[in-house]
Design a protein around this ligand. Sequence first.
Ligand SMILES: Nc1nc2c(c(=O)[nH]1)N[C@H]1C(S)=C(S)[C@@H](COP(=O)(O)OP(=O)(O)OC[C@H]3O[C@@H](n4cnc5c(=O)[nH]c(N)nc54)[C@H](O)[C@@H]3O)O[C@H]1N2
Ligand SMILES: Nc1nc2c(c(=O)[nH]1)N[C@H]1C(S)=C(S)[C@@H](COP(=O)(O)OP(=O)(O)OC[C@H]3O[C@@H](n4cnc5c(=O)[nH]c(N)nc54)[C@H](O)[C@@H]3O)O[C@H]1N2
Ligand code: SF4
Ligand SMILES: [Mo]
Length: 679
Amino acid sequence: MPQIYHNVCTLDCPAACRLLTEVENGRIVNIKGDPQYAYTQGKLCAKGYALKERVYSSERILHPMKQQGKGSGIWQKISWEQAYTEIAEKMIEIDEQYGNLLPVCLDKYLGTTGFLSQSVDYFFDSLGPVTRLAGNPCVTTGTDALVLNYGACKKPVPEDMLNSRLIIIWGANLAWTNIHQMRYIFEAQDQGAIIVTIDPIVTATAARSDVYYQIHPETDGKLALGLAKILVNENMIDDEFLDHCTLGWSEYRSYLATVDLDEVAEATGIPLDKIYELAILYGTTKPATIRIGPGIQHGLSGGQNIRAIDSLVALSGNIGISGGNIHYTLGEYSQLRTPYSMKQNLNKSAHRVMGMDWFTQIEAIDPPLKLLWIAGRNPVAQDPDSNLVVQALQKIDTVVVADHTLTATARMADYLLPVCSPFEFEDFVVSFWHYGAGLNQQAIRPLGESKPDFEIMKEMADTLNRLKPEMSSFPTHITARQWLNQEFGPDLYVALGIKDYRDLVEKYARLNLPDVPWEDRQFATPSGRYEFFSNTAIVYQVPPLPSSVEQPVLSTLYPFRLMVVRYCMTLNSQFYHGSSLRHLEDAPVLLVHPETGRLQNLGEGDWAKVYNQMGQIELPIVYSLTVPKDILVTYIGMEDSNGKAINTLIGFFGTDMGQISSGSRGIAFNNCFVNLMRR
Ligand SMILES: Nc1nc2c(c(=O)[nH]1)N[C@H]1C(S)=C(S)[C@@H](COP(=O)(O)OP(=O)(O)OC[C@H]3O[C@@H](n4cnc5c(=O)[nH]c(N)nc54)[C@H](O)[C@@H]3O)O[C@H]1N2
Ligand SMILES: Nc1nc2c(c(=O)[nH]1)N[C@H]1C(S)=C(S)[C@@H](COP(=O)(O)OP(=O)(O)OC[C@H]3O[C@@H](n4cnc5c(=O)[nH]c(N)nc54)[C@H](O)[C@@H]3O)O[C@H]1N2
Ligand code: SF4
Ligand SMILES: [Mo]
């Protein structure tokens, strides 16, 4: 009989599925969904079922490695002792040369949602002032938009969609990116709710909706303003809420009067009668909710677009009611994941802070970056301008990557440190979507010489302190379990109703946040009201009203917009390596409208060169009627036939927001224009 362990999928995915891991003779024989778990009911996505393959993949790195020259491919196995000592010596050398550790920097994000990985941040904090990267590539723009409107980014529980009579899925492909939410959407649909999708691409989600609007990218703000104008004209607004709970309503109303509906139809590509249809549907069906995807905020004016969409919720009286509101992301998440001692230190630390565009400033900063530690991130694949990221990494003396496989970024490392899979150490996870928490039991022993991030940081601190006493205040004397309990209990545990994270084996726990946000209509804005007009926006050089912003005009040189969307078989860049999943559909490909393909003399299966001023990549063509004629679509995190990252073609453009929640603007990944020709 196999032994069963409780685990959680730690991928950066809203579901945080609970898993049952069957182990025989110290080896995982099966990983399946835990049927006890209310949100996911024992189902997993394809990636969940492929987790075992990833653990035992021959592509996994199982020993510390050192490369002779970044990108040379000449790797040598080294001992942990050698890796720690050489990296510690570099840090000490930097400290002695510069008199501080500002040339040392960390780049980290949600490669794993496990809380123990926060020990990496904690280690860099323990060194005193270093360089830290503010911001993240994900949800910051939209978070700020909601912060401007409400004062905080809050959301309803996912199950609240069952109470909605209308669900608008606006710029999200939930059937691929939030798969378990589709069950609630289908259930609501079975009970008579209408499902609307607004997306430039006919996605798998659009295919399952009742109504689909094909919109030109980045014109969502315009559509929202047009809808708002019709709601006002047709008197389908909640006067009581508007008069008593909002700020700037009269300014917003005056602004809406200037919106030209014909222009909205022209800009969005949605005929005026269809815009009316949607406005009437939204204005007359209550409660109605809107699910905004992170995809939509990756545009130049992503923040203003989200503010405009959100103001529909305020106009129509859908705020604070069950079945209404906006579903976006759990705004409190990054605070929850910050270790207690780091929160205490936040104001005291004198870190040098760089934004998401750090790699564009590599020549200019003083003191220069000398040592970069990358954990839970793959910036060469996932940041814009992959070539520039590679060049930046080349200019940094010592690049350390802690990862599972030889990713695009790891190929540019000097040291590659093998981290364990989540089945190889104990940890816990809280979902940023459904608030459920789960325990990751250690199901098997670490493979090869791999270690969890916590052990790596602890031993790194030990080595540093041995070579130069008191370099790091990282607690080298305690276990991971003690550290987790010390840094995340008791506040988080009270919110979860547990005493120790190990209680989660037996217990289903969820953050005790309200099911519906803003029921009391006490908003967290400076005025205490929902702010159509935001003075805070002005401070951040954003127009105070959710006004529309002109979009860049397509250049004749690069007449197609390239949209890099997520893929059902990968998770950002993960599963590109170490899994056979993506091969099931021969990804990566370039999806092209057949008419566009024919005009460019490119047939199905032909190889196309996709290029712009940034560079070029080569991909095989797949004809698809799901894609508009002026858009090309490919999948995130992949590489072309020459090993070039897709993001090679994406320039670094900041979005209009992100600084409030994260200190750095978001990234306008979708602002990418290209041309194509036969290879
Ligand atoms: N399978 C899978 N699931 C994932 C991930 C993954 O990589 N794979 N990644 C996770 C992460 S980190 C994130 S942030 C989320 C992202 O989740 P989503 O936001 O759902 O993912 P995207 O594919 O980035 O974008 C969703 C849709 O936005 C549309 N879109 C892009 N621009 C616009 C626009 O201007 N207007 C409108 N209306 N639509 C637009 C795209 O056509 C696309 O269909 O998914 C998470 N879940
Ligand atoms: N073109 C384009 N680019 C985008 C986006 C887009 O929409 N379009 N979306 C952006 C968004 S929303 C996001 S969230 C980012 C995501 O981009 P990244 O944050 O870079 O995410 P991943 O590609 O998942 O890379 C995470 C790495 O962490 C590693 N990892 C996993 N577990 C562990 C662990 O326990 N310890 C350590 N040390 N490492 C581990 C994985 O193997 C993987 O290599 O991409 C952004 N990039
Ligand atoms: S990727 Fe998401 S849906 Fe798939 S198993 Fe992991 S948590 Fe569940
Ligand atoms: Mo993301």
